[in-house]
Every structure is written in C-alpha cells, then in structure tokens.
Design a protein around this ligand. Structure first.
Ligand SMILES: *Cc1c(COP(=O)(O)O)cnc(C)c1O
Length: 364
C-alpha cells in the first residue's frame, strides 16, 4: 500500500524533537499567541527576507484576512484561477466580492497572464495568483499588469513554501503571501495553521488586528475582526519542520526526477517546469487522456492517486448559483479530465517510485 502522503515516516524521524517541543508548550501553558508563535513569525519572515509574518488559524483565513487588509469589499472584483482549491475563491465571495476566473496555462496549471487584461473592469481591485502544486505562477507579467491598473496582488502560497520564481521566493513578490500549514502541505503542522507574510507595515498591522477580534489594544476594538490565531502547539511543531524545509523540498525534487526517468508511457505528460522556476512538487501531477485507466491500474496494486481537482471553480455549484453567467474556460475544463496526482512526500523511496512508474508504464 502506497499512500499519497505518509505523515508517519516524517513524525517517526523527528519524534524526539517534536515530542519535546509539544511537551515544552504544555509545561509553559502559554497556549494562545505564546513564544513559539512569535518565534515562528520571526523565522518565517527571516526565511523570506521580509519584515513581517503573522500567524493565523489556517490558510483560508490567511487569504481572507489578506483580502480584508488590502481593502477588498462588497462589489469589488478579484481575478484568480479556476484551477485551485475552493478556498482561493471562497474567501473572495465571502466578502461579497466577485471572483473573476481567468483560464490557465495547460503546462504549469497556473493562471495565464496573457488572458488577465481582458477581464479587468473598473471594479477589479486585486489578483490572487496561486502557485499550484508547488510551481510558481508567472509573476513578472502579473506584477506588470497589477502596476498598470493599480491592483493588489495576494499570492496563494498554500502549496509552495520555498518555491522560487527567478530567485524570488513564492510569497515575496506580491503585496501579501498566504501560507497554509494543513498537515499534508509541504510545510505542515499537526492540525490547522496558516501565515501571512508582507513587506507592508500597514497590511501587517491590520492582519494582526483582524486575527484578534479587530483589536490592537486588549478590549478596545476598532474593526469587526475574527478569532483567527495560530495555535502555540502547532507553531512549536512547525518550527521543528521549518529548520528542514529546504531539505524536504530537495527530497521532493529528487523524487520528481526519479519519477520523470522511470515513467515511460507515450500517453503521459510529465509535469513541466517553466524556465527560471523552482518547482517544489507539493504534488507530482501528470496528464493523460487515459487518466482513469491509469488510476484504476494503480488502485488495483494498492497505490493511491488523486484528482486535484475534479471540477474547475467556475463550474462548482456554489459559484454557478452565485454567479450564473460564467464563460467557458477551455484549458481548465480539459485539465480536470486529464490530471492525476501521484504519491509524493520527501520520504517516498526510489523503490516505491519505480513500482508506481511500472504500473503506469504497463497501463493503457
Ligand atoms: C490548502 C489550500 C488552501 C487553504 O488552506 P487551509 O489551511 O486548508 O485553510 C488555500 N489555497 C490552496 C491552493 C490550498 O491548497
């Protein structure tokens, strides 16, 4: 049995350190916004070379609070990709703003910058590029468009901690970078968690206030906020893993390289890496017209695979009800029929990868 992600292998390797970190929190009993949250914020900010990082309850809230801090409000339009997890667009609609979906590049699965400008209206206020599967979106043209139309850029980095675009880390190019520490993400805790990074003092101040009931001085409230704080125990666990994030990402890249050598099936398209990009393979996602046959062959050998994502967001029921007049987005609509993500985590072995590749090579 080979799962998509085996979190036990990593826990077993780090058990002594993680157990000690958790036990420290339990003896200090500072459970909310304690020293581990502050230290993790400093460490994540330093990793990215930015002045501010603010821990929040999860990646979805990271995006929601970032949109609020960027001034997104009812009636605004926010451009994003239809080929992502629901959270990216959900937060836009939760603020009564409108997600405007722009089709993707079929090779990197990320929003196609050449199709953005035609979707810009007077109401457009921001763009949320997603660095999907750990491959950075094409940020240079996105930032040029944002500058030309004075739009905010909120990077969804939930799947891309440590990925690079022309030597710049994901999350450092736009106004705000938003991370998720969901357990299966490439930097994951043992529960929910998230973080926002920014170079803007104003955005950082607002997010700190919003995560704590719109308050910067205890019991004095300036704005309607949220209870969205990063948990101290999660912060302690994530700090142990943050020290090794580059090592984990390198192991993912080595696993991807092994897959690329081992998979030899003319009906399979291997994941592309755009020039100047460093892909950290949060997912290893192939494309094939025979996707379902391959998935079945893997399942018969007790090997997991997954379709991320089966429905593009403009066709999700929640959005067809809210915004009935969506236009066709052919690349995304084709993509959801062909993509298949294979098991991927740093501790996956060469033997397992070769076994998976064998099954794929012998499937239709
Ligand atoms: C996981 C994910 C989120 C949401 O993160 P949570 O911590 O689960 O709330 C947002 N965007 C993308 C692209 C994700 O993969």
């Amino acid at each position: 049995m080979i799962p998509m992600v085996d979190l036990k292998r990593q826990y077993n390797a780090l058990k002594t350190e993680i157990d000690a970190a958790i036990s420290d929190v339990l003896s200090q009993t500072q459970f909310i916004l304690g020293p581990n949250v502050s230290k993790l914020e400093e460490e994540v900010a330093a990793y990215h070379g930015l002045p501010y990082a603010i821990g929040v309850a999860n990646g979805t809230d990271a995006l929601l609070l970032a949109l609020r801090a960027c001034g997104i409000k009812a009636g605004d339009e926010v451009i994003t990709t239809p080929f992502t997890f629901i959270a990216t667009a959900e937060v836009i609609a939760l603020l009564n703003a409108k997600p405007v979906f722009v089709d993707i590049c079929p090779d990197t699965f990320n929003v196609n910058p050449r199709l953005i400008e035609e979707k810009i209206t007077k109401k457009t206020k921001a763009i949320i590029p997603v660095h999907l599967f750990g491959h950075p979106a094409d940020m240079e043209p996105i930032m040029e468009i944002a500058k030309k139309y004075t739009l905010k850029v909120i990077e969804d980095c939930a799947q891309s901690f440590g990925a690079k675009y022309r030597d710049q880390l994901a999350g450092t190019m736009g106004d705000v970078g938003c991370f998720s520490f969901f357990p299966s993400k490439n930097l994951g805790g043992y529960g929910d968690g998230g973080m926002v990074i920014t170079k803007s003092e104003d955005i950082a101040r607002q997010i700190k206030m919003l995560r704590n009931h719109g308050s910067s001085v205890r019991y004095y409230h300036q704005e309607l906020g949220y209870n969205s704080r990063l948990d101290e125990i999660q912060a302690a666990i994530i700090r142990v893993k943050l020290k090794r994030i580059n090592q984990f990402n390198t192991a993912r890249q080595q696993n991807a390289a092994t897959y690329c050598v081992a998979i030899d099936n003319k009906d399979v398209i291997l994941p592309a890496v755009a020039s100047g990009c460093e892909h950290i393979y949060h997912q290893f996602t192939i494309r094939s017209k025979n996707r379902d046959t391959i998935a079945k062959a893997l399942k018969d050998k007790d090997i997991a695979s997954a379709v991320y994502y089966p429905v593009p967001l403009h066709q999700q029921e929640v959005f067809t009800k809210l915004f009935p007049h969506s236009t066709a987005l052919p690349q995304s609509e084709l993509c959801v029929k062909e993509v298949l993500s294979l098991p991927m985590f740093p501790e996956l072995t060469k033997e397992e990868i070769n076994l998976i590749a064998d099954v794929i090579n012998n499937a239709a």
